[in-house]
Design a protein around this ligand. Structure first.
Ligand code: ATP
Ligand code: MG
Length: 448
């Protein structure tokens, strides 16, 4: 039987995207989260604001839905076990327990034959020195076993550093609850991840592995597919299948992995949910990772993970959005030229938005999108075609209408592209390159 009401623990961005995917399938969602007015609640049918240990609220939540899932792995295990008495929670508590604790996670992975970096449990300052000698290395990474994210609760330790100081910078003096793991430092050529969905019939859907680049310990850019040999792609997918089968997954999980400079593939972390490096599946696949989560948890079959386009995803973090003064709108291939130039020049105050469809003009979506930039001063339309061709004449007035509705500093869109010409082509390749660079500079820096 298909479940029509889905409960989601957690109301962040992942819960929001799952909720949107559910609504397209005609499934209503009930978000349960302690935070007021969270992003997920804004797009769910029902919302319960309560703590994760509020058994009365949890019971009512479980009774109101047909199936339950969660959007992040730090939901207390007791909450999930309590709910399981009244309603099915997927993925199950076993996978959640493994994913919550780096020691259990690494042990489990190694037990089923998935290799990781060498690791050792650290229960005292002396344990750090023991780990270094076990790894026969001068450096290692120390991580708290629980609750780490975006590199929080981690540090590098070098032989000769003060072990007591290092230990207590992660484990407060009187805390007996926090445990540490030491990991050998992996000499990796790149970091990749893979997302897999598995349904109640045991059918799986694995997405193409992707390349992940981090900045300041936060995922910055994901490239799908990862530019790695197909044999490595297959090996990574097999690891995902092996893990999903071993934990009898119902739902979606992701594995983060390292590819070492000598070609080995080592698993780093598991996430028992859609992953930040899988958002590209919304735009580039026939069935997104969020739709898979909803489908599998609600007793539907997994969808096909077919990738109809390649994709690059860049993570814009809240504070970056606040810096944006200029938004460049464009369509098609020029997007990549703009993105590349913005990155190589480290331009921080320009956002690039790709409009893939102009008719009907997405004025509501564009207005919403532009509202997210509080410091917006200029909106630019960038195209490769000469001014008298391409979309400029069509979008010009429509963008202006959106800006009028916004009522901000920007009132007219600016044009960045080739001047009016009789022919769409630039002629010689050299001339093409020069003109292309000029229009990219014009769009990003206003150099007219
Ligand atoms: P997130 O939640 O953002 O994935 P996290 O805080 O859970 O991060 P990890 O994924 O374990 O922590 O580590 C964050 C990053 O630190 C990794 O993506 C990798 O770049 C680097 N890193 C972690 N462990 C190692 C290691 N053993 N050797 C080399 N680099 C590592
Ligand atoms: Mg990680």
């Amino acid at each position: 039987m298909i479940h029509k009401k889905l409960g989601i623990l957690g109301g962040g961005q992942l819960g929001r995207m799952a909720s949107l995917a559910a609504s397209r399938l005609g499934i209503k969602t009930h978000i349960y989260a302690p935070e007021e007015n969270c992003p997920g609640a804004q797009v769910a049918t029902w919302f319960t604001q309560a703590e994760y240990d509020d058994t009365k609220a949890l019971k009512a939540f479980a009774d109101s839905v047909d199936a339950i899932t969660y959007e992040f792995e730090n939901i207390p295990l007791d909450t999930v076990r309590f709910l399981q008495q009244y309603c099915e929670v997927s993925p199950n508590d076993r996978l959640l327990e493994i994913a919550q604790d780096r020691i259990k996670e690494k042990k489990f992975l190694n037990d089923i034959g998935i290799e990781t970096a060498r690791w050792q449990e650290v229960t005292s300052p002396d344990g750090i020195a023991d780990a270094l000698s076990a790894f026969k290395q001068n450096e290692c990474i120390l991580k708290t076993t629980r609750m780490g994210y975006d590199g929080k609760g981690q540090m590098r330790f070098k032989l000769g550093d003060d072990t007591i100081h290092a230990y207590h910078s992660l484990v407060p003096e009187r805390s007996s609850k926090i445990q540490l793991i030491a990991e050998e430092i992996v000499d990796f050529s790149c970091e990749v991840s893979v997302v897999i969905a598995r349904d109640k019939l045991g059918q799986t859907a694995v997405y193409t592995p992707v390349l992940n680049e981090h900045r300041d310990h936060i995922l910055y850019k994901t490239t799908a597919p990862a530019p790695i040999p197909s044999a490595q792609m297959e090996t990574i997918k097999k690891k995902a299948e092996l893990l999903a089968g071993s934990v009898d997954l119902i739902g979606v999980l992701a594995i983060e992995l390292f590819i070492t400079t000598d070609g080995k593939i080592l698993a780093n972390e598991i996430a028992p949910r859609p992953h930040n490096s899988g958002h590209w599946t919304i735009d580039a696949c026939s069935c997104s990772q969020f739709e898979q989560q909803v489908r599998t948890v609600c007793s539907l079959n997994v969808g096909h993970p077919h990738r109809h386009s390649d994709a690059v995803m860049v993570n814009l973090i809240g504070d970056d959005v606040k810096k944006v003064k200029r938004v460049v709108l464009c369509s098609g291939k020029v997007y990549y030229d703009l993105l590349e130039e913005r990155e190589s020049q480290k331009i921080k105050d320009v956002a690039i938005l790709r409009l893939e469809q102009y008719y009907p003009f997405p004025d509501v979506d564009l207005t919403e999108e532009l509202k997210g930039y509080p410091k917006l001063e200029e909106v630019v339309w960038c195209q490769e075609e000469p001014e008298n061709m391409g979309a400029w004449f069509f979008v010009d007035r429509r963008i202006e209408a959106v800006l009028a509705k916004l009522g901000g500093k920007a009132t007219r869109p600016l044009y960045a592209g080739r001047p009016a010409a009789a022919s769409p082509a630039a002629g010689y390749p050299k001339a093409h390159k020069r003109k292309q660079q000029a229009l990219v500079d014009q769009a990003l820096k206003g150099e007219y």
